[in-house]
Each structure stands twice: as C-alpha cells, then as structure tokens.
Design a protein around this ligand. Structure first.
Ligand code: 4NP
Length: 157
C-alpha cells in the first residue's frame, strides 16, 4: 500500500482538491487497494469543515465530487503514517518541517514537483481571490496528480 497525504494551510481549498482529483484517478485505474489518499491543513481554523464551496463547485464542473471530505489538521504523526507528504506551497512545507520527527521515511516534497505541463512549483492560495483562482488550482492539481500516479506506478513494486 502506498499512502499519500496532501497538505495546505486550511485543508478546505487546495489539498482537498488534490485529495479528490488524485483519489478519482486512483479509482479510475483500479488502484484503490494499492494507493491510499488523505489531506490535511497546517492550520486549525477549519477542522471538521467541508471544502470551500468554490472548490466544490469547480470540481463538480470537472466531474469530481469532493463534498464528502472534512478538514483535519496536519500532525507530526503524519510523517510516519504516509509514504508521500506533499505540500501545496513553500510556506506549508516549512510549517510541516518544523514538526518533523527524526527517523521517518516519508518523501516530503512540493506536490508540483510531479507536474509535467506546468512549470510552477507552488499552488497559489485561492482563498481570498475569485473563481478563476480555483480553476487554476484545479488545472495545476490535475497535472501533478497525473505525474504522481505515473511516478508511483513506476517506482512501487
Ligand atoms: P487552503 O486555503 O490552504 O488551500 O485550504 C485557505 C483556506 C482558508 C484560509 C487560508 C487558506 N484561512 O486563512 O482561513
């Protein structure tokens, strides 16, 4: 089993979008028994909340349901519980690494390092912007999700 965790700040916009898009790709490929997906936020403001309505609406227009997701906070135990811990931006990465325990084996990276079409390496926070920001997040997430699923299929035996 390969375990993947997506991390952003609030766990209501970017990381739940990645969670839903990547999980959909895993299901489409019949890999649900081999790849486990979750998401979390470094902040605590939205614990237990549904994803932002703008993220849910954007995903729905692209055929992805994310209404079942609920926000939770990232914890230091997540380094041991997951094989890939993937941050949406450098600030999330820094906040996660401040909690990093010794001796874990997780791959801790920026999620967009797996993107192939886009050259950006950070998913911009869409929370205070307009709907187009959520469309752009979805495009970036889709690209990196394809790269990540290919990477996992190539490297896991
Ligand atoms: P996310 O977006 O990190 O992509 O979930 C945000 C959601 C909420 C806040 C910031 C970013 N907030 O400050 O409440």
């Amino acid at each position: 089993m390969t375990r993947v965790l997506f991390v952003c700040l609030g766990n209501i916009c970017r990381s739940p979008t990645a969670h839903a898009v990547f999980e959909h790709m895993v299901q489409q490929r019949g890999l649900s028994s081999q790849i486990m997906v979750d998401s979390a936020g470094t902040g605590d403001w939205h614990i237990g909340h549904s994803p932002d309505k703008r993220a849910t609406a954007t995903a729905k227009t692209r055929g992805i349901d994310m209404t079942h997701l609920r926000a939770r906070q990232f914890t230091r135990d997540d380094f041991a519980r997951f094989d890939y811990v993937l941050a949406m931006d450098n600030s999330n990465l820094k906040d996660m690494l401040a909690l990093e325990p010794a001796g874990h084996t997780a791959t801790v990276r920026l999620f967009l390092e797996f993107a192939t079409r886009f050259t950006e390496r950070e998913v911009p926070d869409p929370y205070y912007g307009g709907d187009e920001g959520f469309e752009y997040v979805f495009d970036l997430v889709e690209d990196a999700s394809l790269g990540l699923i290919r990477h996992i299929q190539e490297t896991s035996s």
